[in-house]
Structure formats: C-alpha cells, structure tokens
Design a binder for this molecule. Structure first.
Ligand code: GDP
Length: 527
C-alpha cells in the first residue's frame, strides 16, 4: 500500500447532527477526551458558557476566537485520524450546517432518550438522505428517565425512514441504569455514576449467559436475556453494506455526560465509518488515492481574528497530499495561488499545516477571492458538484443610517454573503439592496456583525419579495429577451448570478408558465 492510501484509509471525517440540547457538545468533548486531545473535558464547554443567555448567539459571536477554532477538530483514536466538523448550533441558522454536511463522509445522529426524534434532526436527516450519507446513531442521557428503547427505534424508523440495527442496548434507565449490553461483542458494560469528568473504565462482563452476569445483575439478568432475545427478533442485525449505503443505522445507547457508552460508539465508529470516498465533479469522479491534490471550499468565515481582519476558507482535501506552502490552482479564477500560512486543525488548537490528506480540512487565508464551492487543484480544470445554496424564504431591504457608509455596507454584505451568513441581491433596476435569509435570526446576526465588524448601522425593512429562483437558459438570446422583459423582478446575487425575485408565488408561477425556455432553480449549486 502506498503512503497516501494508508493515510486515506486512516481518515474518518464526520459531523454530528442533532436537535439543540441533545448533547452534541458534551459528546464532542468526550471524543476529544478519549482521543487524548484534551486532558480534562470542559474546554469545548467554555465556548457555550453563556448559551442560555437571551442572546446566546451574539455572545457566542463575541467569543468567536474560541467557537470558530473548534469548527474543525482533528484527533487521533486508535490507528485512525478523526476529523469532526462542527455544525453551527442554532435551529434558525442552518444553511451553514447543510453545507458542512457536503464535506463529510458520514454523520453521527444524537438523540435525547426522553425526547426522541426532534424537528431539527428531521431536517438534517433529509439532507443526509439526499446524499445517502451513512449515519451512526447515539441515544443519549440514559442516566435520566427516558422512553422505551424499542419505541425510540420505532420512531427513528418511522419518522426518519431508516432501518435501525441496535449495537448496544440499555440495561435499565434513569435511576435503574445498570449498564449496556453490546450485541456484537456479547459484553455487558457496567455503569458507574458520578464520573462526569473522568474517563470511565467500566467493568466489562463477557457473555450475557455468564454466571458473572447473574451475580452482578441479580434478577435483572434473566430479564435482560429475555429482552435481548426479543430485540434480536424484532430488529435488524447490523449490516455493514446497508449502513454504507445509508439504508441502515447502527444504534448505540449511553450517557455522554457520564462518559458512558461513548467508547463502544467510538470503537465501532472508527472501525466501520467510511474512509474518504470518491467525489463527483462536473466532468469525472475523483478518487482520494489520486496523487494530485484536489479539494473544495465548503465554508468561508470572515474576521476570525479581529486583530488581522483575515478571512478563512475551509477546504476539504479530496485527493492527493496538501503540503505547506504549495501552489494551488484556483479553478474558477484560472489562477495559481500560494498557500502560505494555511492551517490544519488539531483538536481545538489551530496549527500550521505541514501535510493534509484526503478527508482533512485545510484553512486557507482568503483575501476575498475564495468563495463557497470553489475548487482547488494542481492545474486540472475540475469543479466539484453538489454544494447547494438554498433559496431564502425571508427578504428584507437594507436601510442605511448614514448614506455615506454605502461602500462599507456593500463590502460587509459581500463578505458576509461569501461566507454564507446571508444572501445578498442587487436588483437590476434601482439602488436597493435586498437581503435573503433562511431564518429570521440571520438578519439579527447580519445587523450585529455589520456594526461590530464594519462599523455600519443598518436597519432592515419589509420588501415585496415572497420567494426567489435562480434563472438560467442555454440559449443566450432567449435569456437576454427574458431579462429585458422582466427587469423589475430580476437581481444579481453576491456571485453575479441572475435571480428572479417574485413578489408572490402566483407571480412566480405565471413567469414559469410564460417562459418554459427558462430554468428556475430553488437552489443554486455553487459552480
Ligand atoms: P447540544 O446543544 O446538543 O450541544 O447539547 P449539550 O452538550 O450542550 O447538552 C445539553 C444539556 O444536556 C447540558 O446541560 C448537558 O450537561 C446535558 N447533557 C448532555 N449529556 C447528558 C447526559 O448524558 N445525561 C444528562 N443527564 N445530561 C446530559
């Protein structure tokens, strides 16, 4: 095996999907702890110290230095190198999350055992299903009273439409929690409470049928045997192939807070989760083991370090080896670009990259020339496909307090839209600037950041736009004609693409009927 393919085989790049409060942060913390990346669990937590304050997003923004450095975390576990990509937490601000999911090879779904499948999890799963992303499931908070495990699996199967294969099974719950049973290894892991911030080394009993199980569990042992027999009969066996196709999810139970059940999850995860996979471009499929470097940008973040006013583009390496300082070809601009000072992400410390392999994330300094969806290569004109920009559902006209600040405003909005924090439209007629968002909170965040980072006081007011579509047509003359006829509804987005801003859905429908030659898209695939 060549060195590159060894490195590829070691990589596991994933994201956690969950509803707020299910335990994503706590679990991340424990992963880093078990990966040896942090000594004491608690460091991820600090960034969320004020999360329950009324404006917790704003507070998080103030603490950006901390929250952003942990947006990509790399830690070793056993023979593997794990890349965990954080997904922004707020329910109302999820476009970013969707894009992070285009950069991973698999995902881990965390569910609160008392709450079951929640609304945001459903939305995120829809995105995963679009790409058949393989999913591990962790049912958390076993130390609390929760719902019947069988009922929880039924809900996952029915609501999310994915088959469940239990790998660990709870022995009791809440105050009666005794441990978990590992179906694949025939092991009982006993639970000890009160070990929140220490690594649990649970006592493991080999064999459900063993005398030791009877000794330790007493009458619960017989109950457990019956239950496991039932579970085996009523559910599916773990099937690696079905998991990799996104048809089945292996399910684990535990308590992230108590470090319990996390190791079995991590052990099986690094074993079975897919290594970096081949990826489609508009022309061909790129194999991770190809010598030449390729990668795409899935996230752009402005002003990470207020002292330097820098912007960073997060590139996922798809093939080849990234070496510090190497020259890359920026396909969209058709230009070579040096990559001095590129960063890799070790746990939650930023470090300078020496090498990065497929599956790894590299932070490139961005002077406004890199956008979401951009492809980098060593010269080949490739374009990775499938990084969506979603049609916003909410629109506002931007009002400037001080008209002399128009330049700063335009700059701020351009940068924030490059980052995907908002979408920004310039109607072809008139001087208005229109912002689009997927959730209301996005407007608050944009106003706050315009003030904090660009010293621009902007207000937003209602605008007569109900929905929008990206328009295109192979026939340039037909497009030109359409453009002339519909000027009052057309705008350019931050990337210069033509967008139809419809005042009502009926208006949109009519426009579509009148112009069958024009393609109207609800998502813009960044290209
Ligand atoms: P996130 O919003 O998904 O990142 O959730 P957090 O990790 O911040 O957890 C939300 C709350 O649930 C916090 O108060 C955690 O301490 C708590 N929590 C997380 N895991 C567990 C667990 O296993 N048991 C209990 N009882 N609480 C937990």
């Amino acid at each position: 095996m060549s060195k590159l393919s060894e490195q590829v085989a070691r990589r596991r790049t994933f994201a956690i999907i969950s509803h707020p409060d299910a335990g994503k942060t706590t679990l991340t913390e424990k992963f880093l702890l078990f990966g040896g990346a942090i000594q004491l669990a608690g460091s991820v937590k600090s960034r969320k110290a004020s999360r329950h304050a009324t404006s917790d997003w704003m507070e998080m923004e103030k603490e950006r230095g901390i929250s952003i450095t942990s947006s990509v975390m790399q830690f070793p576990y056993k023979e593997r190198v794990v890349n965990l990509l954080d997904t922004p937490g707020h329910a109302d601000f999820s476009e970013d999350t969707y894009r992070v999911l285009t950069a991973v090879d698999s995902a881990l779904m965390v569910i609160d055992c008392a709450k079951g499948v929640e609304e945001r999890t459903i939305k995120l799963m829809e995105v995963c299903r679009m790409r058949d992303t393989p999913i591990f499931t962790f049912i958390n908070k076993l130390d609390r009273e929760g719902r019947e495990p069988i009922e929880l699996l039924d809900e996952v199967e029915n609501v999310l439409g994915i088959e469940c294969a239990p790998v660990t099974w709870p022995i009791g719950m809440g105050r009666r929690l005794k441990g978990i049973y590992h179906l694949l290894r025939d092991e009982i892991h006993l639970y000890e409470s009160g070990k929140n911030y220490m690594r649990q080394e649970p006592r493991v009993i080999q064999g459900l049928e063993s005398a030791e199980a009877d000794e330790v569990l007493g009458p619960m042992a017989a109950e457990l045997r019956d239950e496991i027999e039932l579970v085996k009969g009523a559910s599916h066996d773990f099937d690696l192939d079905r998991y990799l196709k996104g048809e089945q999810t292996p399910v684990f139970f535990g308590s992230a807070l108590n470090n319990f059940g996390v190791i079995p999850l991590l052990d099986e995860f690094v074993e079975y989760a897919p290594q970096p996979q081949p990826r489609a471009t508009l022309g061909r499929t790129v194999d991770p083991n190809e010598d030449k470097l390729t990668g795409f940008v899935f996230k752009v973040q402005a002003n990470m370090d207020p002292a330097h006013r820098d912007r960073m583009a997060f590139m996922r390496v798809c093939s080849g080896v990234f070496e510090k300082g190497m020259k890359l070809h920026h396909v969209r601009l058709g230009k070579e670009q040096r990559t001095h000072g590129a960063l890799t992400f070790m746990a939650d410390e930023r470090a300078t990259a020496e090498y990065a392999y497929p599956g790894d994330i590299v932070g490139l300094h961005n002077h406004g020339t890199i956008g979401i969806g951009d492809t980098f290569t060593e010269g080949e004109a490739l374009q990775f496909a499938g990084i969506p920009s979603f049609a916003p559902e909410l629109f506002r006209r931007v009002q400037l307090r001080d008209p002399l600040k128009l330049k700063a405003l335009t700059k701020g909005l351009t940068q924030l839209s490059e980052e995907g924090a908002t979408q920004f439209f310039k109607p072809i007629v008139g001087n208005d600037l229109v912002l689009g968002a997927v959730g209301m909170l996005q407007f608050d965040v944009v106003a706050y950041r315009l003030m904090a980072e660009y010293k621009v006081e902007a207000r937003f007011e209602a605008v007569n736009v109900a929905t929008c579509r990206w328009v295109s047509c192979d026939d340039e003359r037909a497009l030109e004609k359409f453009r002339n006829k519909n000027e009052q509804y057309l705008a350019e987005d931050g990337g210069g693409q033509l967008v139809y801003l419809a005042p009502t859905r009926v208006n949109l429908q009519l426009a579509q009927e009148r112009h069958p030659e024009i393609t109207f898209r609800a998502t813009r695939e960044v290209s």
